[in-house]
Design a protein around this ligand. Structure first.
Ligand code: GLN
Ligand code: ZN
Length: 758
């Protein structure tokens, strides 16, 4: 048995990519030095895979920022606004990723969206009327050639035309199908280039095949590949899918001239049945995605071997990951503090390679049940794991319908709140975090390393909070925040304080570009032990007569951005977290906080990708989990929530059902289309659609923000509109942040004046 992986993490085992890229942004290293570093990193990764006997080592899965952005550039779909900057290729690339502001021009970045049901964000390709799709360069073979030069045959990975077109946004007057002919031609060129370069296997990723497909979609997919595959020459082509099953086009896939087909057996609910009913034809190899690429629990060898054996009875099989390993950290070896009894249950990217290597060995061993590798693995699953807190389990069982409903309806609450909070029209606020300066990070770091005492740490944090409150008062924001300086991350911060969580020191997973997150791990029942945020929020509030928002992360997001257990239901884990957050909400209220924001940035993340599967009650219990957090607060307490970077259009109704009083969300990057949907659905919650994009360092002008607000006012009543950036400010520099906020506040003030005149 051989094994393959779909892709590997790339942020670097110690986040080297992040740090080098940032150095390059700051001109501390030259482009040549930067690209040399990239070559070294790639070689390091391949060698690691070689060491673990991966038979199909991927190349071109490494990206400086994002694989979709690489594809967009490869296909020459670079908008004129970036080309007009007339800067070098690498700068053009990063201007698409992050926007650009300089003497050459001022352009916004690409829209960023969540990659399917993950917390990775990709850059949305934008097709304009004058976009001329063609193969722009051979960068996608750079990795392949480099690896070959050091004696390693790799499998280049590219995103396929169907997924590219599916995820692209059309800006002009053309239709998506107008781009099909050129796309086909470009992919034919790609495949011919692979053949010429001597590529043995090319992996084409088509994750969009796991979404609902109608007849036209299936026809389009078939049309693409019938044509493209004619040109593959001696290169074998692997069609790779992940994040679900391909039930709408499985039979078409079998009929097309692919040499390998990668299917996801972890998230693909129907994958097993599909191949059982109709095994892949003999001319193809099944790349069986049995190893969970998204979670960090050790694989159960018994299950995997059983499935592998069954599948191999009637087709050629290669063991594969269910998706790219991009979504897990590098290695558990980086965790020096973690208890070895906990550690032994986990497997990060390197350990997954080892697992797959072992499974392949066991597969060949007739007496594998007596093999030490097997026995060791099975021992892990014998221990009855980890249900520890009967009290929490009982509290969950005792929940009644009432616990999910706020007693006073929103329309009435609104009146009491307006009276109590006394805010101006178009109130200005921010999403929570302020720039995490070097000093702030250092304070946290020093405390973590035991270099300063807890008292000193608190003292320093208070100083940061005080400065932040003073700044906000000075520039004239209406609803203030404490700045979230004590939080390294909005989920990890809570994970660390909740019983039942385990967290890592170095378990970084790429979220977008240079940004990594360290998802905490749900290890047993979740329980709040003591208040988590009350002290800091109370302190911040004591410094100002204006309202300071209490800032929490919601249960859906905490769960979705953690590595969950695989043996307990999502609903149960979510409700447990909700009970913990509820206690915190009530404590904040008791401490005199009048506005409490419960962030649900990841509300949508575990929603099935296929609408056909939505009846599985995910949305139902996710919304209820949120309501459980705030159902018992007084009518005067205003509940805010915040969401970002996913499609909300088709779940507007459910978002309104969360019964928050105010929602702020990302809109700046997705061009405000969501506003129409809000209007259509008579959205009741007050809204703050972000007026500028905080993921880009550029400073929006007053005029630009005023214009955005005017567009919003066409769709949203003036009493319901809030003015805020589209997400937290933690990743931004101080100067650009202050300048942007001042422009935002000025725009709101200008509008207020105009409204008063009318
Ligand atoms: N309150 C958080 C912050 O401002 C929200 C972050 C997010 O939505 N991702 O950082
Ligand atoms: Zn956000």
């Amino acid at each position: 048995m051989k094994y393959s992986i779909i892709g590997f993490p790339r942020i670097g085992i110690h986040r080297e990519l992040k740090f080098e890229t940032e150095k390059y942004f700051r001109n501390e290293i030259t482009q040549i030095q930067y690209l040399e570093f990239v070559r070294e990193q790639r070689a390091l990764q391949w060698n690691k895979q070689l060491e673990h006997h991966v038979s199909f080592i991927p190349s071109n899965d490494y990206s400086l920022y994002d694989g979709m952005l690489d594809t967009t550039v490869m296909l020459n779909a670079i908008e004129k606004r970036y080309l007009d900057l007339n800067v070098d290729d690498l700068k053009t690339y990063f201007s698409m990723a992050r926007g650009y502001q300089g003497k050459e021009g001022d352009v916004k970045a690409h829209t960023m969206k969540k990659w399917f049901n993950t917390n990775y964000h990709y850059m949305v390709p934008e097709l304009e009327d004058d976009t001329c799709i063609k193969l722009r360069n051979l960068d996608f073979l750079q990795g392949y050639k480099q690896a070959k030069s050091i004696g390693i045959e790799t499998k280049p990975v590219i995103i396929g035309p169907y997924t590219f077109l599916d995820l692209a946004k059309v800006n002009g007057t053309k239709d998506k199908k107008d781009y099909v002919t050129d796309l086909k031609k470009a992919y034919i060129d790609i495949i011919e280039q692979c053949h010429q370069a001597g590529v043995a296997w090319l992996q084409i990723d088509e994750p969009s095949l796991v979404k609902d497909m109608d007849q036209n979609d299936v026809a389009l997919f078939v049309d693409f590949y019938q044509e493209i595959l004619k040109y593959k020459g001696t290169t074998k082509v692997l069609l790779q899918t992940y994040f679900g099953d391909v039930r709408d086009c499985y039979h078409e896939i079998c009929g097309l001239n692919f040499d390998g087909v990668g299917l996801d057996f972890v998230e693909g609910k129907q994958t097993y049945d599909l191949v059982k009913q109709t095994p892949l034809p003999k001319d193809k190899i099944l790349f069986a995605g049995l190893i969970n690429g998204k979670n960090i629990w050790k694989a159960n060898y018994q299950d995997i071997l059983r499935q592998l054996k069954q599948l191999s009875e009637n087709q050629n099989v290669i063991l594969n990951t269910s998706c790219s390993l991009l979504h897990v950290p590098y290695t558990i070896e980086n965790e020096t503090q973690m208890d070895s009894n906990i550690k032994k249950h986990f497997s990060f990217a390197y350990e997954k390679l080892k697992e797959m290597d072992e499974i392949c060995q066991l597969f060949e061993d007739e007496h594998y049940q007596e093999n030490e590798l097997y026995i060791q693995n099975q021992n892990l699953f014998k221990e009855s794991v980890l249900r520890t807190n009967q009290q929490v389990q009982d509290a969950l069982k005792a929940l009644k319908e009432d616990d999910f409903i706020r007693q006073v309806p929103r329309s009435q609450r609104r009146l009491v709140q307006k009276e109590k909070l006394n805010l101006p029209l178009l109130p200005t606020t921010t999403i929570g975090s302020f720039p995490q300066t070097k000093e702030v990070k250092q304070t946290r770091f020093k405390y973590k390393k035991g270099k300063i005492s807890y008292d000193d740490y608190c003292h320093e944090m208070q100083r940061h909070i005080k400065e932040c409150i003073e700044l906000q008062e000075k520039i004239g924001l209406d609803v203030l925040v404490h700045g979230e300086f004590e939080r390294n991350d909005m989920v990890e911060y809570f994970g660390q304080q909740l019983q039942g969580y385990v967290f890592t020191e170095n378990g970084w997973v790429q979220s977008y570009g240079t940004r990594g997150l360290k998802p905490p791990i749900i290890f047993s029942d979740i329980k709040r032990v003591k208040p988590m945020t009350v002290d800091v929020i109370k302190y911040a509030q004591s410094l100002s007569k204006k309202e300071v928002k209490g800032m929490l992360t919601g249960p859906v997001t905490i769960l979705n951005w953690s590595f969950p257990r695989v043996d307990i239901s999502l609903k149960e884990m979510m409700y447990q977290i909700a009970l913990a957050i509820k206690e915190e909400v009530l404590d904040l209220q008791a401490a005199g906080i009048h506005i409490i924001q419960i962030d649900e940035a990841a509300l949508r993340e575990k929603l099935p990708l296929r609408k056909a599967d939505w009846h599985h009650d995910y949305l139902d219990f996710a919304i209820k989990a949120f309501r459980l957090c705030h159902s018992k607060v007084n009518p005067e307490t205003q509940i805010h929530t915040h969401m970002c970077y996913s499609e909300f259009e088709d779940i507007i109704k459910e978002i309104d059902d969360m019964d928050a009083d105010v929602i702020t969300f990302e809109a700046a990057r997705s061009k405000l289309t969501i506003l129409d949907e809000l209007k259509k659905n008579d959205f009741e919650t007050e809204v703050g659609p972000g007026v500028y994009d905080i993921h880009s360092p550029r400073i929006p002008s007053v005029t630009e923000i005023e214009a955005a607000l005017k567009v919003m006012l066409e769709k949203i009543s003036v009493e319901s509109l809030w003015v805020n950036p589209d997400c937290g400010l933690k990743t931004r520099g101080e100067n650009e942040t202050v300048a942007s906020l001042i422009n935002m506040i000025t725009a709101a003030q200008n509008l207020r004046k105009q409204l008063n005149k009318n």
